[in-house]
Every structure is written in C-alpha cells, then in structure tokens.
Design a protein around this ligand. Structure first.
Ligand code: IDP
Ligand code: MG
Length: 152
C-alpha cells in the first residue's frame, strides 16, 4: 500500500453531458481526495504530449480531435494505491466490456466516448501530472499532514 497521486481527465463527453459531478462524486465517495482540479480547453500540443504513447495508431487523430474539441476537467486524485484504484472505478477502456458499477460501464457506450482518463502506472502518473499541473497547483493532503506532524 502506498499513498499515490493519479491524473484524471473528465473528457469532453463527461463535461458536455453534465456528468462531471457524478464522476467526481464516485471518486470522492471511494475516499480519494482532490489534490488539484481545473476546467480548460486543451490545445493540440498538450493533447499530443499526453497521448504520446498512442501516436501512429489509427485512432490517434480522432483521440486528439476529441480531447481538444470542448472543455475538459483535469484533476489529480490522491489516496491509497490511487492509480490502480481509480482505474478500477473507471472500468475497462471499451465501455461495452466495463462492468456495471464502473464509470464507463454505467455511462458509456463506445470506446471513442469513454468519459474518463486515468493514469495507468506510477511512471505515467508522474509524467501526466506534470503535463497538466504546476507543482504549486497541487494541494496534497498527505504533504499537509506530514507538514503538520513535523511542526507540532
Ligand atoms: P485507457 O484510457 O483505458 O488507458 P488506452 O489504451 O490508453 O485506454 O487508450 C487511450 C484512449 O484512446 C482510450 O481511453 C480511448 O478513448 C481511445 N482509444 C483506445 N483504443 C481505441 C480504439 O481502438 N478506437 C478508438 N479509440 C480508442
Ligand atoms: Mg491509457
């Protein structure tokens, strides 16, 4: 068990469909805390950087077009084994394979509109968080607690 941070994106379909609160509530109810959050329209450069591992795949252009098409909500979640845990709450990449009770299983129909992104490893989380947030924008409860323990 480790306290981890993970990068979550409520993609364009989530925000456009008014499901952002629904998605956030699921993570919060599970006990993860929001360490950082913003709404923005992502430019192409940032989208390509974020999805660099998929460059060259047939769906890459569509993916970049989709993520840059409308406002999205980017956030950092923090909690115990948050990277794997958030991925489990999100569900399988293709909503048709995502179980009921997961975000994609409950709200999604197609792989191209699967609502949410979640980092898939510690390395991805560190890389992706740095793409979306400045360190000064991240409010870690763990760090706060450690700071409090040190100064008391
Ligand atoms: P993940 O979001 O579950 O980590 P990845 O394999 O990393 O899934 O793919 C990133 C995103 O690219 C997916 O969430 C989905 O939106 C899109 N994607 C992946 N595979 C396909 C595909 O075969 N067709 C269309 N879009 C895809
Ligand atoms: Mg992925």
């Amino acid at each position: 068990m480790a306290i981890e941070k993970t990068l979550i994106l409520c993609k364009a379909d989530t925000v456009a469909r008014g499901l952002t609160g629904e998605v956030l509530a699921r993570f919060e109810r599970r006990g993860y805390t929001i360490a950082a959050m913003k709404i923005l329209v992502c430019d192409e450069a940032r989208a390509k950087k974020h999805y660099a591992e998929h460059e060259g795949k047939p769906f890459f252009a569509g993916l970049v077009g989709y993520i840059t098409s409308a406002p999205i909500v980017a956030l950092v979640l923090e909690g115990s084994d948050a990277i794997e845990g958030a991925r489990a709450t999100i569900g399988a990449t293709n909503p048709i394979k995502a179980g009921p009770g997961t975000i994609r299983g409950d709200y999604g129909q197609t792989i191209g509109r699967n609502l949410v992104h979640g980092s898939d490893s510690a390395e991805s989380a560190a890389r992706e968080i740095a793409i979306w947030f400045e360190p000064s924008e991240i409010f870690s409860r763990t760090n706060d607690l450690e700071q409090w323990l040190v100064s008391n």
